[in-house]
Write a protein that binds this ligand. Structure first.
Ligand SMILES: Cc1cc2nc3c(=O)[nH]c(=O)nc-3n(C[C@H](O)[C@H](O)[C@H](O)COP(=O)(O)O)c2cc1C
Length: 205
């Protein structure tokens, strides 16, 4: 009798053990399904490898670039000219004006990245005399062709918005596609996080 009781208890333990293992396995399986579904989803939503690249003299465009980068991920690159720009505003006005008059291509510092793997480029700059800084053209002209890439311009300015910069960019990267730009004026900077969030959503990120 005692032996029969031991056998029944042992069988009970084995059945219970089997149920617990099977529950664990099912749970584990559905968790790994969940994580692969998340990866697939974020993969589908992502518009290829993304670069956020910008030039900024006094920090406004840099702030916007960092906000965009936080939203869309990818890589972040700051462009600086080989020759530093004047600190004094009046001197800077004159320098930017003479670069535009000369249709200059100011040299950029460092090595520019290979863009082969990038599909989406967020390109930011301050508006200078209603246009993009000429060094942005240096960046675009560095590449033989930007075919297959979509450029989303973003600007900071006193009041000019995108100014006439987008047509300038198109001339300098004729093969690229251009998406809707984001202009932020200096007095909108406190609202930049919200403006960036709305814009990246609107353009499908
Ligand atoms: C040389 C120069 C030219 C500028 N030209 C304009 C302009 O045409 N229109 C405008 O609204 N703001 C103009 N601004 C103001 C800047 O675009 C604005 O302050 C911008 O936010 C600066 O960005 P940053 O801090 O990234 O350098 C100019 C500023 C400089 C230094």
């Amino acid at each position: 009798m005692k032996r029969i009781a031991i056998v029944i208890v042992t069988i009970g333990i084995l059945i219970l053990g089997g149920v617990v293992i099977s529950m664990y396995e099912n749970n584990h399986k559905s968790q790994s399904n969940r994580s692969s579904a998340t990866v697939t989803k974020s993969h589908t939503n992502h518009k290829g490898k993304t670069l956020v690249v910008y030039l900024s003299r006094t920090g406004h465009t840099q702030e916007v670039a960092q906000l965009i980068h936080r939203e869309v991920g990818g890589d972040l690159l700051r462009l600086t000219t080989a020759k530093s720009y004047p600190k004094k505003y009046q001197d800077m006005l004159a320098t930017a004006q003479s670069e535009q008059d000369a249709n200059a291509r100011p040299k950029l510092r460092g090595t520019l990245p290979n863009l082969d793997d990038y599909q989406t480029i967020f390109l930011g700059y301050p508006i200078w005399w209603n246009k993009n800084p000429m060094a942005i053209n240096t960046f675009l002209n560095h590449y033989h062709s930007l075919e297959g890439k979509t450029i989303y311009p973003f600007t900071t300015s006193g009041s000019s918005g995108l100014g006439s910069s987008v047509s300038e960019l198109k001339k300098n990267a004729p093969e690229a596609e251009f998406g809707k730009g984001l202009p932020i004026t200096d007095d909108q900077m406190t609202r930049a996080p919200e403006l960036v969030k709305n814009w990246v959503k609107e353009i499908g990120f």
